[in-house]
Design a protein around this ligand. Structure first.
Ligand code: SAM
Length: 288
């Protein structure tokens, strides 16, 4: 354990088994754990068999709390900062403390681990090479719509945290402003018992919401495709459908879909759905 060090320690976002070996070691050996909510974090530490003293810290704590922690660092003590879940400072308290600790020349070390935004984007199936984390959307309709209008042409994948009781309004605003075809991924209750994922376009997400009693419960991350990528996907899908039609005379539906999807770099399942729909239409047109 390094003296006079502030450790920024990630904790699980639902499944206690996701705590890392280093996080356990640091939490057990620092002089103090600073936590967003000492009752909540007290339970976690107890479950982990750790008896280190806890002290409350928020960015809106009075400067006394910050001064106290900086004083401990100055006295050579080590502190771990944790939040209620995931990585501190990511839509969570800690910015002011880290800024001041660095300013004062103390060492600030990360103990990386769970993060809801990275967990969600990593399984979303949407492009991960460039993305933007937008935190929580504003609660008021006018402010949310204004914010989304600014993001409409963003071509990086967009990640939002969302409260369950605001999911409906946010999806509705996204649908109105980004259009119904834009792809969205919703990760609900990740790493927990009732984990659920939705993947589809914004139009379909509203239908999913209406048909799913649990959609507006628990914790949620929204991952939305960026604009340019969507256009690339649309262009790829158009090319894939043309290739599919050419190949279909000689190949089975499955094989024609597989070859076209691979060649045009589009998702096989989505192409399969479209190919089925087209063949279905062809049949009913023929029957008329
Ligand atoms: N610092 C945390 C992190 O690293 O992810 C995020 C804290 S922020 C106050 C809490 C939000 O994160 C929730 O409202 C939800 O959007 C998201 N979140 C946290 N845990 C989650 C989970 N298990 N499944 C889905 N979303 C989660």
């Amino acid at each position: 354990m390094e003296q006079g060090t502030l450790y920024i320690v990630a904790t699980p976002i639902g499944n206690t088994a996701d705590i890392s070996a280093r996080a356990l070691e640091v939490l057990a050996t620092v002089d103090l754990v600073a936590a967003e909510d000492t009752r909540h974090s007290g339970k976690l530490l107890k479950n982990l068999g750790i008896a280190t003293t806890l002290k409350a810290y928020h960015d809106f704590s009075d400067t006394g709390a910050e001064k106290y922690l900086l004083g401990l660092l100055a006295a050579g003590k080590s502190i771990a900062l944790i939040s209620d879940a995931g990585t501190p400072l990511i839509a969570d308290p800690g910015y002011r403390l880290v800024h001041s600790a660095r300013d004062a020349g103390f060492s600030v070390l990360p103990i990386p681990g769970p993060s809801a935004l990275l967990a969600a984007v990593s399984v979303s199936g949407l492009p991960t090479d460039r993305f933007t984390f937008e935190g929580f959307l504003p609660a008021k309709d006018s402010a949310r719509n204004k914010q989304l209008a600014l993001l409409k042409d963003e071509d990086r994948t967009l990640i939002f945290y969302e409260a369950p009781h605001r999911l409906r309004q946010s999806l509705q605003s996204l649908h109105n402003i980004f259009g119904q075809e834009r792809q969205v991924f919703i990760a609900r209750e990740m790493t927990k018992r009732f984990e659920e994922h939705f993947s589809g376009n914004l139009g379909q997400s509203l239908a999913w919401l209406n048909a799913n009693d649990n959609a507006e419960r628990g914790e949620l991350v929204l991952v939305v495709a960026g604009r340019a990528r969507q256009e690339e996907t649309d262009a790829g899908m158009t090319a894939a459908m043309r290739l599919f039609s050419l190949l279909r005379t000689d190949l089975s539906l499955k094989r024609a879909v597989a070859v076209s999807a691979e060649f045009c770099g589009v998702r096989k399942n989505e192409l399969y759905e479209r190919a089925l729909a087209e063949e279905g239409q062809g049949k009913s047109a023929g029957a008329d």
